[in-house]
Design a protein around this ligand. Structure first.
Ligand SMILES: Nc1ncnc2c1ncn2[C@@H]1O[C@H](COP(=O)(O)OP(=O)(O)OP(=O)(O)O)[C@@H](O)[C@H]1O
Ligand SMILES: [Mg+2]
Length: 209
């Protein structure tokens, strides 16, 4: 059976995930790999509908409702897009996945980590990324990069919430150093892309673990 690679990009709001996911997908295509670029929440028409509900600043959403909406989005996205692509040997590049739910709903909203990780596992039916690139950018850089853009519901959160998200991501990286690679996200998009490319090449060029 053919098996693709599942690569995710993670990090706090405005760290450069979408920019780098796009560059990485183009680079992989240029190197001759079949690639599917996707994102969470979203990635399918139904899940993009959940995304709008989750992120609309006009909505009042209880933390548990929020968690279930993310998981509903993930279940649909995983079954409809990610699994079929991986089965065809495609490299799936996803802008956020389960780690974001641990960082935001677990560490950020303080929902017990056990609850979040259990639901993540159920929604993904055990699927885990082969490689996760965690972009590390100072708070100042993310603020500069997102200045002037309209904030979604999550980005409207207090500084203390966003600080917990950041430390949550670092805790995830410490727990799973084989899968989660820290990438310095400072500097130009091109510089960051070079760092990411080195990590990805080492992974997909080497033996699958
Ligand atoms: N290395 C970089 N240096 C300066 N600006 C950057 C860099 N990378 C991305 N940007 C810009 O910063 C902004 C945020 O980048 P991007 O949308 O890629 O971040 P993100 O992590 O996807 O954000 P979000 O979590 O809100 O989706 C964009 O305007 C983008 O053009
Ligand atoms: Mg983005």
């Amino acid at each position: 059976m053919k098996r693709g690679w599942f690569i995710t990009l993670e990090g706090p709001d405005g760290c450069g995930k979408s920019t780098q996911a796009g560059i990485l997908a183009e680079r992989l295509k240029a190197a001759g790999y079949p690639v599917r670029l996707t994102r969470e929440p979203g990635g399918t028409p139904l899940a993009e509908g959940f995304r709008r509900l989750i992120l609309d600043p006009k909505n009042r959403v209880h933390p548990l409702t929020e968690l279930f909406l993310y998981e509903a989005s993930r279940a649909q996205h995983t079954e409809e897009v990610i699994r079929p692509a991986l089965a065809e040997g495609i490299i799936v590049v996803s802008d956020r996945y389960s780690d974001a739910t641990v960082a935001y709903q677990g560490y950020g909203r303080k929902i017990p980590l056990k609850t979040v990780t259990t639901l993540n596992q159920i929604a993904a039916r055990g699927l885990k990324p082969h490689l996760t690139l965690l972009l590390e950018v100072s708070e100042r850089s993310t603020r500069e990069r997102t200045q002037g853009r309209r904030k979604d519901r999550m980005e409207n959160e207090k500084v203390s919430f966003l600080a917990r998200v950041r430390s949550g991501y670092r805790a995830i990286a410490r727990k799973e150093p084989q899968r989660v690679k820290l990438v310095n996200g400072e500097g130009s998009a091109r510089e960051v892309a070079e760092r990411i490319w080195a990590v990805v090449r080492a992974k997909i060029g080497g033996k699958r673990v």
